[in-house]
Design a protein. Structure first.
Length: 195
């Protein structure tokens, strides 16, 4: 099982912190005063996770992932992974160390052009709003451009997506969290999806 804290440990400890809800790694105050390169949310409670998993028909691989880390904001929001959030939880923007992950249930509300029977939206890319979906039929992960119904990049499975994207994005940031390239390069390059 992928452990995000281990995957990002090569970045420098710059005012790393921990709250009740998440781990904050590599402070990047030039992005925003309370910004961190990586925010990894602590595991979801079993009852909350079971309820959301059943409601959204989550593949077991993603349920296991959320049982270890309940979503994340990686590379200063370049890549994010949705998590489960208690129904009715209010945001307290005045306390940035208490903010929950992006709510997977809200991100999977049926909409025109989204095949919610086949795909589960599990994350996205901050630069252009592309959505990352897990295909319930075969376990593949696809990235769809905002408003698009055809994927422009695919991976074999959840682990392949997370590991390869952390590796790719790690080359685009220095160890202190400075982005080294144009922000547009934080989105995967367009290529034919895996057949």
């Amino acid at each position: 099982m992928i452990k995000l804290l281990t995957e990002v440990e090569s970045f420098e400890n710059v005012d790393d912190r921990e709250s009740d809800v998440a781990f904050f790694r590599t402070h990047v105050p030039w992005v925003a005063p309370e910004a961190y390169l990586h925010i990894i949310h602590k595991p979801a409670t079993q009852s909350l996770l079971s309820h959301s998993a059943k409601k959204l028909r989550m593949p077991e691989s993603f349920v296991e992932f959320l049982a270890h880390q309940n979503g994340a904001h990686l590379f200063a929001g370049s890549l994010y992974i949705f998590g489960v959030v208690p129904h009715g939880q209010l945001l307290n923007r005045g306390q940035p160390l208490s903010l929950p992950p992006f709510n997977i249930e809200q991100k999977n509300v049926p909409s025109k052009g989204f095949d919610g029977d086949s795909f589960l939206a599990i994350g996205g890319y901050g630069f252009n709003g592309s959505t990352v979906c897990l295909d319930r039929r075969n376990g593949r992960v696809n990235v769809f451009p905002r408003g698009g119904d055809l994927p422009h990049f695919s991976w074999f499975d959840l682990e392949d997506w997370i590991r390869s994207e952390i590796t790719r994005l790690s080359f685009l940031f220095d160890k202190k969290g400075n982005r080294l390239v144009d922000e547009s390069l934080t989105v995967p390059p367009r290529r034919n999806p895996i057949q």
